[in-house]
Design a protein around this ligand. Structure first.
Ligand code: HQG
Length: 204
């Protein structure tokens, strides 16, 4: 299966297993699952036929392990990243002491003020390694890596869960738990202090 086809099928599945199942007439159950046969029939009816072998290949080789079958192999769901209201049913687990979030420069002033919000998704997504955070942030511009004091958050009562594909999830991260990088550490970046001075007042 060509890699372009893998990416196309993966994007199509993400769209309909995370965000807009209704667009192809799918209904996800409360855990986000759908029968594989129902999914394949819906894809075909919507003009995007996918074979079972292709589906199995995409699930197996997906770069982020975005999708998973249930134990019987008859149902499939996205492992995380939903915007539709489902409950992944993940148990709370103790996080590593430090987690990372990759964002982009334009978001930083708002995150300094209000912390990290899930935005359209169910949770804030965090990673245990810096490289993943860098890749996530680079999707939107110059990446900025935020360091989250997960141990202190956990001690303060914030719950953490880990998705089947290793993404750390939590409801929100208040700014007190975030360490922002000093721009001085980024070659060529302008110093942060003068730019913060010209920040517009709230509500404008
Ligand atoms: C930012 C992809 C302003 C946040 C990735 C991010 C990940 C704020 C954006 C997964 C904010 C939301 C998730 C605040 C957060 N003010 N901006 N208070 N709080 N933000 O896509 O974490 O390919 O919903 O920093 O690789 O970027 O889809 O979240 O920039 O794993 O599998 O608001 O999605 O994976 O963006 O990415 P997203 P994310 P997939």
């Amino acid at each position: 299966m060509a890699s372009e086809r893998v990416v196309r099928v993966s994007k199509y599945l993400s769209q309909h297993l995370r965000h807009r199942p209704d667009r192809i007439g799918l209904t996800l159950d409360e855990g986000g699952w759908v029968d594989v046969s129902v999914l394949l029939a819906a894809c075909a009816a919507a003009g995007f036929p996918v074979t079972r072998a292709e589906l199995e290949h995409v699930v197996a080789v997906n770069d982020k392990q975005r999708f998973g079958f249930d134990e019987s192999g008859t149902r499939i769901r996205a492992n995380q990243g939903h915007t539709v209201p489902i409950d992944l049913g993940l148990a709370d687990v103790a996080p590593p002491s430090v987690l990372y979030h990759g964002t982009y420069e334009q978001a930083v002033p708002s995150i300094r003020d209000g912390g990290l919000s899930p935005m359209a998704r169910h949770d804030v997504h965090l990673s245990a390694d810096i490289e993943t955070a860098r890749r996530v942030g680079a999707r939107r511009g110059r990446p900025v890596i935020l360091t989250v004091d997960a141990a202190r958050m956990s001690a303060a009562g914030h719950a953490f869960r880990r998705s089947a594909n290793g993404v750390w999830l939590t409801a929100t991260v208040p700014p007190d738990f975030i360490t922002f990088p000093s721009t001085a550490s980024r070659p060529g970046a302008r110093p942060v202090r003068p730019r913060r001075c010209v920040r517009r007042p709230r509500g404008t």
